[in-house]
Ligand binder design. Structure first.
Ligand code: NAI
Length: 346
């Protein structure tokens, strides 16, 4: 029997290795281009599409994929702010990988914090040049300091546990507080006022776009560390530059950037980057920027491949699509979504 074909967009070598290691049922066409309305034609003959965080899955893309006979888009990531769910509803089912390794992301967030605080990035360059001078590398003890965690889902809670392991106090904000929390919840203003470290672990939604803006920075404790491994557009990057310049933010560890889609995952080392905000952020000695790699561990890659293919198996074998999401689910109107009754959103 002919295997169902998957158009696998934005392929990187590590994707191919992890999917080939577990795939048995599908013919995967690995495509290097990102998915957008122009590249949608490459899905010709494929019933499924596998996409990633910086693919542009807008109405035009969805309509073109639908015309080509695509029935399902399997996001190989947790976040889905790049998908127009309303346009997809009734046409193409969308599944995702809600959790692969929350620890991978939480550990990377802490790696950014530890590195920016103790200036490991600068020390590395100095000792590489046999410069053993330590002047200017002073950090602070994180022990006893307060971490303000925004978003207490799987990753936020893994990050909180790491903070506690370092002897930090933790306060957190989440519109849906966990019932079994072993930490204190506080409102955002209290977090801004009291936290020595603020780490973002919430999804990007219409309501929290650029929530960390000039107003939020004006309420923060002077000298705060800011860590963002969630989505770039949670932070107003211009306001962050101001806050770095005026010392409100002592250091920032960023794994995401609001305009990352044009750059991240690609090599621009031989070109001039036409994004002055990104260039300015990277040029700051107190900013460490990684290019959306917080998820990148062997365990997470293997989990992503297994869950993505399992989501597709369930779809093509009429199983319950536990990892499906539609615009009704996304808006929290789960009661209106057919998934609870029929096992899939439409
Ligand atoms: P989750 O769904 O387990 O938890 C998200 C939490 O955020 C929930 O408790 C929710 O109630 C809360 N939340 C929703 N809106 C909020 C708001 N406005 N303010 C504060 N909290 C809010 O998600 P998980 O797995 O913990 O992932 C969190 C985010 O991490 C994802 O949405 C994604 O953007 C990002 N992520 C980044 C990766 C990377 O490689 N950099 C990899 C995986 C996820």
């Amino acid at each position: 029997m002919e295997k169902i074909k998957i158009a696998f967009y934005d392929t990187k070598p590590y994707d191919k290795a992890s999917f080939d290691a577990v795939n048995e049922n599908y013919e995967i066409e690995y495509i290097e281009s990102k998915l957008n309305s122009r590249t949608a034609v490459l899905a010709e003959g494929c019933e499924a599409v596998c996409a990633f965080v910086n693919d542009n899955i807008d109405k035009k893309t969805i309509d073109r994929l639908y015309d080509k006979g695509v029935k399902i888009i399997a996001m190989r990531c947790a976040g889905y702010s790049n998908v127009d769910f309303k346009a997809a509803y009734g046409k193409i089912n969308i599944v995702r990988v809600p959790a692969y390794s929350p620890h991978a992301v939480a550990e990377h967030a802490m790696a950014l914090l530890l590195a920016i605080n103790r200036k490991v990035h600068k020390a590395f360059i100095r000792t590489k040049d046999f410069n053993f001078n330590i002047a200017g590398l002073t950090g602070i003890d994180l022990y006893g300091k307060t971490a303000g965690v925004i978003g207490t889902g799987k990753i936020g809670r893994a990050f909180i546990n790491i903070c506690k392991g370092l002897g930090m106090k933790v306060i957190a904000y989440d519109p849906f507080p966990a019932k079994d929390a072993d930490f204190e919840y506080a409102d955002l203003d209290t977090i801004y006022r009291t936290a020595d470290v603020i780490s973002l672990h919430c999804p990007l939604t219409d309501d929290n776009n650029r929530m960390i803006n000039a107003d939020a920075f004006s309420k923060m404790k002077k000298g705060v560390f800011l860590v963002n491994t969630s989505r770039g557009a949670l932070i107003d990057s211009h306001a962050l530059l101001d806050a770095l310049n005026n010392g409100i933010v002592r250091g920032a560890g960023l794994d995401v950037y609001e305009e990352e889609g044009d750059f991240f995952f690609e090599d621009f080392s031989n070109t001039i980057i036409h994004d002055d905000v990104l260039a300015l952020l990277i040029s700051k000695p107190n900013v460490i920027l990684t290019s959306h790699q917080a998820f990148l561990t062997e365990e997470a890659l293997s989990g992503i491949a297994t869950t993505t293919l399992d989501n597709l198996d369930k779809f093509f074998n009429n199983g319950e699509l536990v990892n499906e999401i539609c615009y009704q689910c996304d808006a929290g109107r789960i009661a209106e979504c057919r998934k609870s009754r029929k096992g899939r959103c439409f």
